[in-house]
Design a protein around this ligand. Structure first.
Ligand code: FAD
Length: 394
């Protein structure tokens, strides 16, 4: 029998449990608290605060107008436009870019959720459709469970990596960067496609990340941190203070089957965020999917594990199909281009019209867009490009 949640339930009733209070789990909890006061839930996070230590950014066009209401209150800074820089192409693109800081997600969740709705510092050791067991051995009964514990093991997917170290720096004087520079590829190419990403939060504060599109997930954090400093010095900028550091190794999808993430033999537990494969195949970014999924969760009538599993598996399946084209492009980027020349694929891509580029990042390419992306002379050997796009690893 479907177990329906309701405000009349007492604290001892099993409730919906969200495992993992990062981006996807946190947004799901916030959305439920704001839009579905009838749904009783508990979010369980192993860290001492929600969201970890990230700056999450997105193009404004990545999030549907009807979903902006959920993310808008969390936006720390919004810019009207942004730039890309390549050896043979500089371009300013007129669609907005926004950033959310995990500290703001943490603050908002603590404000919006009653203390009975969350547990911090609680590691989930194991979970199933109707229970969560904590590392302490405590077993929590649940009417439904959602797994939002971030990326799990991905051994069977064909992956490459976007990896980076970023420093948020304070400068004594105006650093002179007016808008986000999403990719500055005018740097030595090393370990694949390398670029520097800069977000000027204010005239004297900026996040600067040294980024690599690489076939290896190994990230030498001290080395890359030094490279951020060298990059700034070469541009005549010396930070007065490093306010924070972040590092990431994000999956870039080249191929694989959805079943490798949502195995039919697993118990029916819905997955959100990276755990469910909800990320852009070419950037590894997951904020737009996390927003859409959080809103979708609030639209459900039935909060059982079976029902939620069916809804989010279906959505993962639909996105997987819809985004297959990105896997082919990724294979072209990683397998047809020499690592040191990978930047030319992106330089070539940025010749395209602005609305198409916005749709690319939003995951909403039309059939015509796909043709346009592939039209013209590719910046890699044609034969290798064709082979890479066709090829699927066993
Ligand atoms: C430094 C960095 C910067 C990024 N920048 C962007 C960006 O600008 N834009 C973008 O869209 N994406 C970005 N990403 C990629 C991706 O969107 C993020 O990784 C995002 O946080 C993934 O969301 P998630 O909810 O799946 O995982 P997470 O946000 O990592 O959340 C998982 C949560 O589960 C908790 N957890 C894990 N295991 C357990 C357990 N056993 N018990 C209890 N809790 C557990 C973790 O502590 C964590 O809080 C970035 C990633 C990193 C690492």
């Amino acid at each position: 029998m479907a177990f329906r949640l309701g405000s009349a339930m007492t604290a001892s009733n099993p409730k919906l449990i969200i495992a993992g209070g990062g981006l996807a789990g946190g947004l799901a909890a916030l959305a439920l608290a704001e839009r579905r006061p009838d749904v009783d839930f508990l979010i369980v996070e192993e860290g001492e605060r929600f969201g970890g230590n990230h700056v999450w950014s997105f193009f404004d066009s990545d999030v549907a107008d009807c979903d902006h209401g959920l993310i808008e209150p969390l936006v720390a800074r919004r810019w009207r436009d942004h730039e890309v820089r390549f050896p043979n192409r500089n371009r300013t693109l007129g669609f907005g870019y926004s950033s959310v800081r995990s500290a703001d997600l943490d603050a908002r969740m603590r404000k919006a959720l009653a203390p009975s709705r969350y547990r911090l510092g609680s590691r989930v050791a194991e979970l199933g459709p109707n229970h969560v067991t904590l590392a302490t051995g405590e077993r929590l009964a649940a009417s439904a469970v959602i797994d939002a514990r971030g990326a799990g093991p991905l051994p069977r997917l064909d992956l490459a990596w976007q990896k980076f170290v970023g420093l948020t720096c304070r400068f004594e004087d105006d650093h002179g960067i007016a808008r986000p520079v999403i990719m500055d590829a005018c740097v030595d190419q090393d370990d694949g496609y390398r670029f520097v990403y800069s977000l000027p939060f204010s005239a004297t504060q900026m996040l600067v990340e040294d980024t690599y599109y690489s076939t290896s997930p190994i990230l030498d954090v001290p080395l890359v941190r030094c490279r951020v400093g060298s990059h700034l010095l070469r541009r005549g900028l010396e930070p007065a203070e490093i306010l924070s550091q972040e590092a990431g190794v994000l999956p870039i999808l080249l191929g694989g089957r959805l079943e490798d993430l949502w195995s039919a033999s697993d118990p029916p537990v819905a997955r959100l965020g990276l755990r469910g494969g909800f990320f852009h195949p070419t950037t590894g970014y997951s904020l737009p999917d996390a927003v859409r999924n959080a809103v979708l969760l609030t639209e459900q009538a039935e909060f059982t594990s079976d029902a939620l599993h069916a809804v989010f598996r279906r959505r993962a399946e639909a996105l997987w199909q819809q985004r297959r084209f990105y896997q082919r492009l990724n294979r072209m980027l990683f397998r047809a281009a020499e690592p040191k020349r990978r930047y030319r694929v992106l330089e070539h891509f940025y010749r395209l019209p602005e609305p198409l580029i916005a749709r690319f990042y939003a995951g909403r390419l039309t059939a015509l867009d796909k043709l346009r992306i592939l039209s013209g002379r590719p910046p890699v050997p044609v034969g290798r490009a064709m082979t890479a796009m066709r090829e699927r690893r066993a």
